[in-house]
Design a protein around this ligand. Structure first.
Ligand SMILES: Nc1ncnc2c1ncn2[C@@H]1O[C@H](COP(=O)(O)OP(=O)(O)OP(=O)(O)O)[C@@H](O)[C@H]1O
Length: 270
């Protein structure tokens, strides 16, 4: 394979947005948004309150339809896209009712029921996937607890486990650390950076944490559309693009995190 072909394979567009416009009733929120996110990118989406970040994510995951423009997912127009298991989505925390009477295990398992399979029977293999996701996020011990009884940081891990249960190629996170203390935020960022660098997962994350975004993704945005700014980091250098041996296994995630911590002389903290 020639080098330029190898790059093409590595740099496939995972999300392509062309001229997306959207209004709520008569109020325009997004106008002609253009952006492409490639495999192995980590994209931080920044914008002031009301800039339309959540609206854009909801359009990307098919919950809202744009007034005009097109969305392609993994090279397919969104209307034809069926492979929703490849995408994990964690909505804003306050979008979830904390009194919802479900256990952590039930919440995580619900990530398996994609749009086409709402009433599928739970199999033994599903249970194993759930155990792996709980283990990867280090919350096995919380499996039987009501989701509403957990701390903000624990809830975030549970929602991340829910989004990860299908081993997605793309994770979309909407302000994942809102309301979480600084130390837990740092652990969370460490976890998702690790997933980006070592597990071949592509990220699109809305955040107000400009310091975190800049420290990982660089000082300047790579793209801008209206009030939205896209900060981008690719998980490896172009010349390494032929590398394909990145681990993409949920089972291995926690072990490799722990190896990294031992290597860096860090203790175990949740
Ligand atoms: N269901 C709705 N009906 C009418 N207007 C809405 C609706 N949802 C959001 N809006 C408005 O659309 C604009 C964009 O909202 P959106 O939630 O996408 O912004 P955001 O950039 O995610 O904001 P924040 O940083 O505050 O989360 C806001 O002015 C908001 O009030």
């Amino acid at each position: 394979m020639r080098a330029d072909q190898q790059q093409t394979v590595c740099h496939q567009n995972v999300i392509e947005l062309s001229n997306i416009s959207f209004s709520y009733q008569q109020k325009p929120v997004l106008e002609n948004v253009q952006f492409a996110l490639r495999e192995r990118d980590f994209v931080g989406l920044i914008g002031s309150n009301g800039a339309g970040k959540t609206t854009l994510l909801r359009i990307i995951v098919g919950l809202l339809k744009p007034d005009s423009g097109t969305v392609n997912l993994f090279g397919q127009p969104i209307g034809q896209f069926r492979d929703w298991n490849r995408i994990g989505y964690v909505p804003q925390k306050n979008a979830f009712n904390p009194l919802f009477p479900a256990t952590v295990r039930e919440v995580v398992m619900s990530g398996l029921y994609s749009r086409n399979k709402l009433f599928r029977r739970v199999t033994k293999a599903d249970g194993i996937k759930c155990d792996e996701a709980l283990h990867a996020m280090n919350i096995e011990d919380l499996a039987g607890k009501r989701i509403g009884q957990l701390s903000g940081g624990q809830q975030q891990r549970a929602f991340l486990a829910r989004a990860m249960i299908n081993n997605p190629a793309l994770l979309i996170l909407d302000e994942p650390t809102v309301g979480i203390d600084a130390e837990t935020q740092q652990d969370f960022f460490h976890l998702i950076k690790h997933m980006h660098q070592h597990h071949n997962i592509t990220f699109l994350m809305v955040s107000h944490d400009l310091d975190m975004i800049r420290s990982y993704l660089g000082e300047e945005p790579k793209g801008q559309s209206g009030k939205l700014k896209f900060y981008v980091k690719h998980s490896h250098e172009i010349e390494d693009c032929v590398e394909t041996n990145l681990t993409h296994s949920l089972k291995d995630l926690r072990h490799s995190m722990e190896r990294e911590k031992v290597g860096a002389g860090l203790g175990n903290h949740n």
